[in-house]
Design a protein around this ligand. Structure first.
Ligand code: ADP
Ligand code: MG
Length: 161
């Protein structure tokens, strides 16, 4: 478990950019946390770091957006409005999660059982002040091999508590 604290949206995006450096094709990131916590902001920072030069918008209505980065695709999903696993299956998750793409899923906890044994879980929570956020990263499965390196790279934002 890696616990971080950010004090601005830009800081959350800097964290996302650092996480992006440790990603490779086929990776899945499940983002959870309250509405307005900063999940989409994270994806924006992540995409920018991988060379996405078009605006990353909230995919709540489109459900899936696919952006071209420099060397990888970035799939961005928001499954908030899906309340049945069958609807998620209809999205064709297994085809989306290909070796040329990193897939980030907002409200991803709901689809955890569909993404395979390895993913990076990220919970974004509101903090004490307006712009404070707590980010908790949990590398699961094969992601655990990158856990120590990731924790080291994210050291500047490590939460004191
Ligand atoms: P979500 O996708 O989780 O619903 P968004 O990323 O759309 O949330 O919105 C996050 C909002 O919180 C933005 O308006 C952003 O400016 C604001 N914000 C304030 N502080 C932070 C922070 N530390 N990290 C991320 N977002 C922040
Ligand atoms: Mg969002």
């Amino acid at each position: 478990m890696i616990r971080l604290q950010t004090r601005s949206m830009e800081a959350t995006q800097a964290v996302a950019a650092r996480v992006a450096e440790w990603c490779r094709g086929g990776d899945v990131i499940l983002l959870s946390g309250d509405l307005g916590a900063g999940k989409t902001a994270f994806v924006r920072g992540f995409g920018a770091a991988l060379g996405v030069d078009e605006p990353v918008t909230s995919p709540t209505f489109a459900l899936v957006q696919r952006y071209a980065g420099r060397t990888l695709w970035i799939n961005h999903l928001d499954v908030y409005r899906l309340d049945r696993t069958s609807e998620v299956e209809d999205l064709g998750l297994s085809e989306l999660i290909d070796p040329d793409a990193v897939t980030l899923i907002e409200w991803g906890e709901a689809v955890r059982s569909l993404v395979g044994p390895s993913y990076l879980g990220i919970v974004v929570e509101l903090g004490a002040d307006d712009d404070d956020r707590q980010l908790t990263l949990q590398p699961v499965g094969a992601w655990r091999a990158r856990g120590d390196a990731l924790a080291g790279a994210l050291e500047p934002w490590t939460s004191p508590c």
